[in-house]
Each structure stands twice: as C-alpha cells, then as structure tokens.
Write a protein that binds this ligand. Sequence first.
Ligand SMILES: [Zn+2]
Length: 106
Amino acid sequence: MSDRIEVLRHNLEEIEEQMSALRDAVAVKPEYGMGKGDPAVTQWEFDRAMLEKLETRAQKLQATIARLESGQGNLCERCGMPIHPDRLAVLPDTTLCVQCAKKETS
Ligand SMILES: [Zn+2]
C-alpha cells in the first residue's frame, strides 16, 4: 500500500503550498475602509476561512500518513477491521471502513 502513502504525501504537499500562499495573503489584515463590505476585507476573511479548512485537512492527512507508516493505515479507525482496497483506491485518505462511514453520515 505504499502507493497510497505516495498519493497522500503528494496531496499534503499541494495543500502545504496552498497554505503558505494563503498565510502570506492573510499575514496583514486590511483596514476597514468606509464601512463593511470592503472587498479587500471580504477577501481576507475568505482566505482566512480557506486556510483553516486546509489546516484541518493537512492534519488529517498527516495522521493518515502516520497510520500508514505504522502499518495501521488499512485498518478502520473505529472498528479495527480492514478497509476494502476498492474503497481505499477511491478515497485514499479515509480512515473508516464502509460500515463505519455509513454510521458516521447517517
Ligand atoms: Zn469500521
């Protein structure tokens, strides 16, 4: 399953690139101009929210990579059963088997 690690590492690299670009973008918060609705501020808030989303995603990817490296990556995080290879092919960063994922969403 080393291919899966490669895919995840690649995803993580892409996300880290986006994150560093966004960190530059949000480093300085623009001043509010003549009131709310300033496009620069709106953009800043959008970038900020995006960065938080990417950070969450990066953390999940790192955790999944760590599980893979320790040999646990093909096992469901919840019930410990092996995750079907077809599922991993479609969702390389999943940590739940089909059954547990269904419970999660329902
Ligand atoms: Zn499970």
